[in-house]
Design a protein around this ligand. Structure first.
Ligand SMILES: Nc1ncnc2c1ncn2[C@@H]1O[C@H](COP(=O)(O)OP(=O)(O)O)[C@@H](O)[C@H]1O
Ligand SMILES: Cc1ncc(COP(=O)(O)OP(=O)(O)O)c(N)n1
Length: 269
């Protein structure tokens, strides 16, 4: 029988379809992994910003995960927008209950337009309850600064921040370079507790980067679900997001979404 790989995303909904659950499911599908979701919050959002945030009850989040865990199961799990300390604790308990060790945590805090997607008091719950369970964490530079309490300007700063995050129990840390001030390259740094690896691409000058972080972390999750190593998964995710940014769709009036089918099209020829 053909093996079907399954990935679960626990995240918020982006009505505009560029980030959140929608970006995750599109990415899973493009990478031939069966996608499942547990919604934590509904956001009213488009390319111009976030117009509303409506969190779900802890019970609703728990029950969705329970429904998946007791029937379908998951080869890898990703978390995105978790919004509150209560939801984080509930998600961590379910991850433990089902023994999901291929966990990718994208520590979503603030949308590109500045809207908060995680309550400030939830940061310590993230560090205490979820990070010790993570196989991979994928902060952008501002998120890594909040989690470590240090300012990050140079590559050496990123090394130090990655070490501090590793000390919290995360097995692999990827500090992304989208927010770096390098005009030529976008460099993501991976730390596995022993060595650093660098994933470098040409920086594309574009306004259409809504959902890049979600898409990148979802691609890592999909590849882990298929049994790839973390290094291989990050390599594919980097190629996936590069294609998605490069072949922008040009829709909406603000920060447009990336193109989730670009990687597949590039690999068809
Ligand atoms: N302008 C760009 N050109 C090429 N790659 C980019 C660009 N902006 C972001 N990336 C890549 O997209 C991914 C997400 O990065 P980042 O923007 O830092 O995350 P977030 O969306 O969470 O803020 C990373 O792999 C990063 O290197
Ligand atoms: C519902 C929801 N989840 C996550 C995000 C943040 O997504 P990200 O990939 O970091 O992209 P930007 O918002 O920074 O463009 C979101 N916006 N909505």
């Amino acid at each position: 029988m053909r093996n079907v790989y399954k990935a679960l995303t626990i995240a918020g909904s982006d009505s505009g379809g560029g980030a959140g659950i929608q970006a995750d499911l599109k990415t899973f599908q493009e990478l031939r992994v069966f996608g499942m979701s547990a919604l934590t919050a509904v956001t009213a959002q488009n390319t111009l910003g976030v117009q509303g945030v409506y969190p779900l009850s802890v019970e609703a989040v728990e029950q969705q995960i329970e429904s998946i865990g007791t029937d379908l199961g998951a080869d890898a799990v990703k978390t995105g927008m978790l919004f509150s300390a209560e939801i984080i604790q509930a998600v961590a308990a379910k991850v433990k209950q089902f023994g999901w060790n291929q966990l990718v945590v994208d520590p979503v805090m603030i949308a590109k337009g500045g809207a908060p997607l995680l309550q400030e008091e939830a940061v310590s719950a993230l560090k205490t309850h979820l990070l010790p369970l993570a196989m991979v964490i994928t902060p952008n530079i501002p998120e890594a600064e909040v989690l470590t309490g240090m300012t990050i300007r140079t590559i050496n700063d990123r090394h130090e921040a990655a070490k501090r995050l590793y000390e919290l129990g995360v097995k692999h840390v990827v500090i992304k370079g989208g927010h770096d001030d390098d005009d030529d390259e976008a460099v993501d740094v991976l730390y596995d507790g022993h060595e650093f690896s660098y994933f470098t691409s040409k920086r594309i000058e574009t306004n259409h980067t809504h959902g890049t972080g979600c898409t990148f972390a979802a691609a890592i999750t999909a590849e882990l679900a298929k049994g790839r190593s973390v290094k291989e998964a990050v390599q594919t995710a980097k190629a996936f997001i590069q294609a998605a940014i490069e072949h922008e769709l040009g829709i909406g009036h603000g920060h447009g979404p990336t193109n989730h089918w670009a990687y597949r099209q590039a690999n068809l020829s």
